[in-house]
Write a protein of this length. Structure first.
Length: 213
């Protein structure tokens, strides 16, 4: 059994590495955003409570989110482990997870500089017609601003705007990064420096976990 959490700034590659680990180890990635939407759609008791907050424009409180996570982790596919994605983000969330018996074996922190993150995110471009993704430097379209696949105009998402990225990084350093210390004091933190390629980063994670990915 392997219960993991991936830590790292937005754009650090957590989602990519989570998908690789999930496929290799046969354990699900539990995305809080996805299970929140599913719980509301399915009308579970905790989902209905969350829906009240969402529909009134309020933030869903930690105790409701944790209730939904606990609900999801009780399902059969989590019996051999899981990867938590997007939770916990803060110390109070991590403490609340522990308090209700939800634990992780290892917290993997993918380290990457703010400069690289800023370049990586602000350079992304999206085709709103077919969904194709590009990057102005690493994966540019043949014709600037135009999708290779369908010829529609490319846009930069609101989340990828420079000012938004700066705010997201500030929030990360203020709140989420403190989790490293939290898990370090429990002997569960593994630090992995982001490499030049997805494969190289995966290799370091594989070595740290003692498994073949």
């Amino acid at each position: 059994m392997m219960k993991l959490i991936l830590l790292g700034a937005p754009g650090a590659g957590k989602g990519t590495q989570a998908a690789i680990i999930s496929k290799s180890l046969g354990i699900p990635t539990i995305s809080t955003g996805e299970i929140l939407r599913a719980a509301m759609k399915n009308g579970t008791p905790v989902g209905l409570k969350a829906k009240e907050y969402v529909e009134s424009g309020r933030l869903v409180p930690d105790e409701v989110i944790i209730g939904i996570v606990k609900e999801r982790l009780s399902e059969e596919d989590c019996a051999n482990g899981y990867i938590l994605d997007g939770m916990p983000r803060t110390i109070p969330q991590a403490e609340a997870l522990e308090a209700c018996g939800i634990d992780v074996d290892t917290a993997i922190s993918i380290e990457i500089s703010d400069d690289i993150i800023f370049d990586r995110i602000t350079g992304r471009r999206l085709c709103t017609t077919c969904g194709a993704m590009y990057h102005v430097r690493s994966v540019p379209p043949i014709k600037e601003g135009i999708c290779d696949t369908c010829g529609a105009a490319l846009t930069r998402r609101k989340d990828d705007q420079p000012e938004t990225v700066m705010v997201r990084l500030e929030v990360f350093h203020r709140d989420t990064e403190r989790l490293k210390k939290f898990y370090e004091t429990r002997g569960k933190l593994v630090v992995v420096n982001n490499q030049g390629s997805i494969e190289a980063t995966t290799a370091l994670i594989s070595e740290a976990l003692g498994v073949n990915l």
